[in-house]
Design a protein around this ligand. Structure first.
Ligand code: SME
Length: 162
């Protein structure tokens, strides 16, 4: 497994290597939180992002609640429509933020975070189960490649837990 994206190893290659690993990690384990914890660890170790993890949907309270993650402590609850995470729930699709300082409503969990991607994780009825959030210390860290492969990761989670 790669610890950081360096010399010759592209983002695409890393995703193509870790997605099957992630699928085999979660295939035999029915506990959602255990699997989201391992997924966060694989992504953190592979890409070295500042923060990566999940917020789980609490539909009764219309809030996202902090779930398994890797990185510095983060805010525990985000209301529907608030921040990038709550906007992804409202909008129903992935948001890539090139520069968080230029994104109105962004919730800064760490002053070090400069760019971000948030991907929805649906259940099989297309109700939101969680969002996958990744933050980086450089601007423009995430692009369509991340949106594509993290979307495929979300589909793997749905296949086993949706
Ligand atoms: N930046 C997110 C909040 C979560 S932390 O980045 C981990 C947002 O605006 O929703």
């Amino acid at each position: 497994m790669h610890t950081i994206q360096t010399g010759g190893t592209t983002k695409v290659e890393i995703y193509q290597e870790i997605l099957p690993q992630i699928e085999s990690l979660i295939r035999g384990e029915p506990d959602l939180r255990a699997n989201l914890a391992n997924i966060s660890a694989v992504l953190k170790a592979s890409f070295g992002w500042l923060w990566v993890g999940f917020y789980l949907a609490d539909h009764n309270r219309r809030e996202l609640v902090l779930g398994p993650f890797q990185g510095p402590p983060a805010c525990t609850r985000i209301a529907y429509g608030r921040g990038v995470c709550g906007r992804v729930w409202e909008k129903g699709s992935t948001i890539v933020v090139e520069d968080v300082n230029r994104y109105p409503g962004h919730i800064a969990c760490s002053a070090l975070s400069q760019s971000e991607i948030v991907v929805p994780v649906w259940d099989k009825t297309r109700r939101l189960m969680a969002v996958l959030d990744a933050d980086a210390e450089t601007t423009g860290c995430f692009n369509g490649t991340d949106a594509h492969y993290l979307g495929r990761l979300a589909e793997i989670v749905m296949r086993y837990h949706g």
